[in-house]
Design a protein around this ligand. Sequence first.
Ligand SMILES: Cc1cc2nc3c(=O)[nH]c(=O)nc-3n(C[C@H](O)[C@H](O)[C@H](O)COP(=O)(O)OP(=O)(O)OC[C@H]3O[C@@H](n4cnc5c(N)ncnc54)[C@H](O)[C@@H]3O)c2cc1C
Length: 397
Amino acid sequence: MKISFSKEHEAFRDEVRTFLDASLTDELRAAQRACPGIFLDYEDNIRWHRILHAKGWVAPGWPKEYGGTGWDLVQRYIWTTETTLASAPSLAPMGLGMCGPMLIGHGTQAQKDFYLPRILSGEDYWCQGYSEPGSGSDLASLKLAARRDGEDYVLNGTKIWTTHAHCANRMFCLVRTRAGDKPQHGITFLLLDMDTPGITVDPILFASGTHEVNQVFFDDVRVPVINRVGEEDQGWTVAKYLLEFERGGGGTAAHRSALERVRRLAGAIPLDGGTLLDDEDFKAKIDETAVQLEANQFTEFRIMAALSKGQNPGPESSIMKNLGADIGQRITELAVEATGFSVLVQPGGEAGDNRPWPGPDGAERAFSRYFNLRASSIAGGTNEVQKNIVAKLVLGL
Ligand SMILES: Cc1cc2nc3c(=O)[nH]c(=O)nc-3n(C[C@H](O)[C@H](O)[C@H](O)COP(=O)(O)OP(=O)(O)OC[C@H]3O[C@@H](n4cnc5c(N)ncnc54)[C@H](O)[C@@H]3O)c2cc1C
């Protein structure tokens, strides 16, 4: 099937390309290409965020009246694809992709007026305080205690795996205000300032050495009651609404770029008078992944079509979450396999040899990407949990 754009959408694509040529510096492109993990460093992230904000293009997913672009879904698709192909920094989703849409749906007018402009400008950088030790997939079992004291809640306990808590100045989080008859009852949704006394952020390093996640400790932390979203004890509804946006998909363009990088890597590795790309077995693996990527693309189009009718992402976003995690990991496996060939054909490599990486450009990042992307089938809800959601809410099993 060939999908082509209308004349208006082609003109929009040209406008996007012109903007990217003019505004996306080589430094920012290089930072994105070198990013070994899931999230880009705060500094590069926020630099690109501010450029987009100045242009009015920072929140394509938001309604226009809240500062969104008013683009239709095809324009948003073009935007995601073009920025990915140009290696533009991928913006952190916690504020723009999660907290903002959640506040638009559930926040008070005062919360919207205060927080939304600060998310758009980049003045506020958010982290997500959902998971706790022992409460990840079984999120409703969370224990971080919030005791009401006058016009404040007083928080004691801990959150874990909190992405970029070490850079964020705000956190949206789930706390336990009551031991409910069901675990989902008695959870409350709060917004808090990360510089509130009593908060400690401890780093957790990935196996590759990358620092993205943290454990956050709360010791008598006071949070004003006006920072609550929704009713006391009713935060579960808000939490689930936000997760639909977290699992919204849209990553096929990034995977396409990543597969292209593996192709280029394989094409630069000499093998049997040709390159690794001429190897039947390796080429078959790349082609198989490309076919799967096409299938993902059409699933993404189907979800976009549902969204264009004004629906929220819905539980179907769990399908994209899984497909995206699987293919992202598959591509890192291919890169590692290609890198292995590169090492085989290089001379040297004796014990203690500390010469620079012998393979082609990009090969040196294959291993950290491989390790870091193991997390993509865990973060945001594990693949198994997404399958349970699909079985129950999509297939009705
Ligand atoms: C890189 C990274 C970033 C993260 N960032 C954040 C963040 O910013 N904020 C935040 O709040 N959390 C974050 N998380 C936490 C993430 O949401 C949890 O790790 C995830 O929900 C899984 O929970 P868990 O780690 O407690 O594993 P568990 O829930 O203990 O799961 C262990 C294993 O059991 C399986 N399992 C559990 N329950 C079921 C079931 N019912 N059916 C079938 N299998 C099941 C799981 O699939 C998994 O394989 C992040 C995690 C990672 C890895």
